[in-house]
Design a protein around this ligand. Sequence first.
Ligand code: HEM
Length: 131
Amino acid sequence: MIPFTFFATARQDVSIAGHVIPAGWQVMGLTWQTSRDPKAFRDPTRFVPDRFAPGRDEGGGTPSAYVPQGGGPPDGHRCAGEALTQLLLTVLCARVCGHWRWTAPPQDFTLNMRLPPHLPRDRLRLTLERR
Ligand code: HEM
């Protein structure tokens, strides 16, 4: 659901896949697009948690395909709270999914690309019921 990652400023002219980003331009990593790249992920729009399981490890062969908290080496462009976040989100998911039933009513999940941040057109509406 998080459509983009870091903001940065190009310190020098950079050429990526034939596109030149001039020095001084603001740059934003668009994880919404990279997370849906079929070269990195099989059937990318399906929710398949097992795609990150050991042995399957989709995205691992494509550098910077899965970079929700930055990319590169641990001391590079990475979130300092990465390990803590993984622990907290695991606990949060276990508690929230264990005690609440989630349903998403029909809505428009497509992103409004005209607005930063690119939020779903209907935002994200959920109904939570205690189990
Ligand atoms: C889902 C939760 C989180 C996401 C998606 C996230 C994502 C990110 C991203 C994309 C960056 C920029 C990496 C880069 O390009 O340099 C970053 C940096 C950072 N994050 Fe997080 N983060 C999360 C949670 C946290 C938490 C819980 C903490 C602290 C307890 C934290 C602390 C930091 C710090 C200090 C930096 C700056 C690191 C640096 O510049 O050296 N983050 N985060």
